[in-house]
Ligand binder design. Structure first.
Ligand code: LLP
Length: 426
């Protein structure tokens, strides 16, 4: 037995995850299949918490919103960053305390704001307009809602443009030059209690220096906001730490991030005479490498390239199509065989961009082989769709050799669910 990547091992030529043979698990639960190792999820959470022992971690539910995953997060003591009414519903259902839920979003509906007010969670307010709407909703319900402002710090995170969120031109947050005016207004209008400040600069960040820039800009604002008389209970610096999708590349650790931003945070809090809680909102770091997407080879084709047609496409893992993301590939039933050829792994979707992995050196592949796409736990299933009339696959959770289904595979009924046939078509 030897390790292939992180917690993933090879035993008797087969990929194993959480003590379970990938080939056997596909035989039993079908293909494609998302397989998550519970132990790895917990380990990732704890190592993040160890690096930031004083901070609260608000798990970013968008990364993987399965209820069982949220329950694991609740057990670990996480809060939640939620971005919709549905994520809020799920986080509360999982038992995450309402005071540790921050409702983010740049375009929340009035009914979402009402839900935030009635459930008593905190809201990260994204604009002046939203502040005024939230105030009138809270006032008419006779409630006061705890808020932070989402700051647009105008910091480049040096990541894929589609996942940079704190650029001046990004749709998120209040421009940092207007933040003081926003807090002044928040102090004046009814139903609003400003208690925090929030930003998030982007995702899959591999050079962490922009976090220092963001932290400094945030602490400039924290000082000014405190001088207005706002008692800040928390400073939420968001998240975005990248992970090594490509085997062997060195990436900054949670400790590197802590060593960079904690001194700035701590020193500047002391200087300002304040004691807010630091919050971080990791998603990818906790879930990504806990999960593999197991797929089966439907067909092989030699054309301009050697194409491997598998049974999952961007309907189940959209990251390569959407962000040109790299996911490491293992042929799970030949996991210790040597690479002999160059293959391009494609899905069954009727789109040219449905490519999961380009030009990979892999062992001889044939129909029926099990192709594993690694690091699929964050923004994998949560971004899936039924495009092309494809039912979504099952998700299982493995833990020290045991397997639990945490989502059943969809059936044709799920393709029809909520569709209504007008009487004249019956
Ligand atoms: N907090 C906020 C406000 C966010 O917008 C995000 C991610 C997170 C936390 C979590 O960031 P993380 O720790 O996962 O980097 N679908 C893309 C990633 C989109 C991230 C959106 N926001 C991908 O697959 O790479």
């Amino acid at each position: 037995m030897f390790t292939i990547k992180n917690h993933l091992e090879i035993e008797n030529g087969h990929l194993t995850i959480g003590g379970v043979d990938a080939v056997e698990i596909v035989k039993r639960y079908g293909s494609p299949l998302y397989v998550t190792n519970e132990e790895r999820v917990r380990k990732n959470f704890r190592s993040y918490q160890d690096a930031f022992p004083e901070a609260d971690l608000y798990y970013a539910a968008k990364a993987n919103g399965n209820l069982t995953i949220l329950k694991i997060m609740a057990e670990e003591g996480a809060g939640a960053d939620v971005f919709s009414d549905g994520e809020l519903y799920m986080a509360l259902l999982a038992g995450i305390p309402k005071k540790k839920i921050l409702f983010n979003g740049n375009s929340k509906s009035d009914s979402e704001l009402l839900m935030a007010v009635m459930t008593g969670v905190r809201v990260s307010v994204d604009s002046f307009d939203e502040l005024r709407t939230l105030s009138s909703i809270a006032k008419s319900e006779g409630r006061v809602v705890d808020i932070a402002f989402r700051v647009n710090p105008d910091v480049s995170p040096q990541t894929h443009p589609k996942i940079a969120t704190g650029l001046k031109t990004s749709k998120f947050g209040v421009p940092h030059e207007e933040v003081i005016r926003a807090y002044k207004e928040a102090l004046d209008i009814p139903g609003i209690n400003p208690v925090g400040i929030h930003c998030h600069i982007g995702s899959q960040i591999l050079n962490i220096t922009p976090f220092a820039e963001a932290m400094n800009k945030m602490m400039d604002l924290v000082e000014q906001v405190s001088r207005l008389g706002v008692k800040l209970e928390f400073v939420d610096i968001g998240s975005g730490l990248g992970i090594p999708y490509e085997k062997g590349i060195r990436v900054p650790s949670t400790a590197d991030l802590a060593n960079l931003i904690l001194p700035i945070f701590n020193e500047r809090c002391v200087a300002a005479g304040i004691n807010p809680k630091l919050i971080l909102e990791p998603g990818r770091y906790i879930l990504a490498d806990s999960t593999v997407l197991l797929t089966t080879v439907n067909t092989m084709k030699e054309a301009a390239k050697k194409f491997v047609g598998i049974d999952a496409g961007f309907n189940l893992l959209i990251r390569p199509t959407m962000y040109d993301s790299y996911h490491y590939v293992v042929v799970a039933n030949k996991a210790d065989a040597v690479a002999v050829d160059t293959y391009t792994i494609v899905g069954p979707i009727c789109e040219t961009g449905d490519i999961l992995a380009n030009d990979r050196e892999l062992p001889q592949i044939e129909k029926g082989d099990i192709v594993a796409l690694l690091d699929a736990g964050a923004y994998g299933f949560s971004m899936s769709s039924q495009y092309n009339g494809r039912t979504r696959c099952a998700e299982v959770l493995v833990q020290k050799g045991d397997v639990d289904v945490i989502r059943k595979a969809e059936t044709y009924d799920d393709l029809l669910s909520n569709q209504v046939i007008p009487a004249r078509f019956l």
